[in-house]
Design a protein around this ligand. Structure first.
Ligand code: FES
Length: 282
C-alpha cells in the first residue's frame, strides 16, 4: 500500500473518529428526562428599572395651564409588562436544537473535509506529474537499444517511475493479437521495432512481477502466474494478460507513458511470442 493511500486512510479514519466522538458527547448531553423550567426574575427587572436615570421633567408652557385643562397622556407599558415568560418547552427545544445542529455541523464538516482531502490525494499524482500522469521516458531510439541487445536477444527494461516493463514489439504482430487496435505500441513507424509498457502489477492479486531471463517471460512469485515477454497470459490464476499503459510518441521522438490510462486485455488466445524459451524461475 502506498504512503499516499495510508495517509488518506489515516485522515479519513481520524475524521470519522472525531465526528463520532462529538456526536457521542452531544447525544449524552441531549434532552434530560426532567422538564426545564424557566422563570421570570422580577427582582432583576426591578433592579434594571432602578438603575435607569430618572427622566428630566419637561419644562413647557403647559405648566401655566391648569392641570384640569390638560389632556391625559397615555402611560407607556413598563419593561416588566413587555417581557413574556419563556416557557419550559421553549427552553428545552432551543438547547436540544443547538446541540443537534452543532453535532450535525461538526460531523458533516468533518466528513466533507475528509472527502475533500481524499479527493485531493487521489488527484495529486496527476497534478504533480508522478505515477498516474503522463511520464516522459526519454528518446525511443535510446530505449530501444536497451531492450534489444547487440546479439538480438531481448532484455525488458524496468522503468520505475511508470512501474512498467518496457518490451519490444513488432507492428506486424499486432493484427489478431489480444491488444490489436489499442494504443499500446509506440515507435514502430517506418518498420522499426516499437515498444510496449507492461504494468509490473500482477493482475491476479497485485504482486510485483519480475522478469525471468531463462524462460523469457514474467513469472509471479506469489501464486505462480506466468506471462510471456509481451505480457500475454500463459498459466496460473491470473484472469487476463498483464495490463499495459497507453503510449504516445512526442514530436522529439520521446516515449510518453500514460500511466493514468491502463488497458486491460483478455487472456491471449493467439500468442505473439513463444513461451517458455527455457527453464522457469519458480
Ligand atoms: S498475485 Fe500474481 S499470481 Fe497471484
Amino acid at each position: 500500500m502506498s504512503t499516499t493511500a495510508i495517509f488518506v486512510i489515516a485522515l479519513i479514519g481520524g475524521g470519522i473518529l472525531v465526528a463520532a466522538g462529538i456526536f457521542a458527547v452531544a447525544w449524552r448531553r441531549g434532552p434530560s428526562a426532567e422538564p426545564i423550567v424557566g422563570e421570570f426574575d422580577k427582582e432583576a427587572a426591578k433592579r434594571d428599572m432602578s438603575a435607569r436615570p430618572a427622566p428630566e421633567p419637561a419644562v413647557t408652557t403647559a405648566e401655566a395651564v391648569a392641570p384640569e385643562t390638560m389632556p391625559a397622556e397615555p402611560v407607556p407599558p413598563s419593561i416588566e409588562d413587555q417581557r413574556e415568560p419563556v416557557s419550559a418547552d421553549d427552553l428545552g427545544v432551543t438547547r436540544r436544537k443547538f446541540l443537534n445542529r452543532a453535532a450535525l455541523g461538526l460531523f458533516g464538516g468533518g466528513f466533507l473535509g475528509s472527502l475533500g482531502i481524499a479527493m485531493l490525494a487521489f488527484l495529486w499524482p496527476k497534478l504533480k506529474g508522478g505515477f498516474g500522469s503522463k511520464i516522459n521516458a526519454g528518446p525511443i531510439a535510446a530505449l530501444r537499444s536497451q531492450v534489444i541487445l547487440g546479439d538480438g536477444s531481448i532484455k525488458p527494461l524496468f522503468f520505475p517511475e511508470a512501474q512498467a516493463w518496457l518490451v519490444p514489439m513488432e507492428a506486424s504482430l499486432m493484427p489478431g493479437s489480444s491488444f490489436d487496435g489499442l494504443p499500446v505500441l509506440a515507435g514502430a513507424d517506418g518498420g522499426e521495432t516499437g515498444l510496449m509498457a507492461l504494468w509490473q502489477k500482477c493482475v491476479h492479486l497485485g504482486c510485483r512481477v519480475p522478469e525471468c531471463a531463462s524462460s523469457q517471460g514474467f513469472e509471479c512469485p506469489c501464486h505462480g502466474s506466468k506471462y510471456n515477454y509481451h505480457g500475454e497470459y500463459d498459466s496460473g490464476p491470473a484472469p487476463r494478460n498483464l495490463d499495459r499503459f497507453a503510449l504516445e510518441e512526442d514530436a522529439q521522438g520521446n516515449l510518453i507513458i500514460d500511466t493514468g490510462t491502463v488497458l486491460e486485455t483478455p487472456r491471449a488466445v493467439v500468442k505473439t511470442i513463444a513461451y517458455p524459451q527455457g527453464p522457469s524461475c519458480l
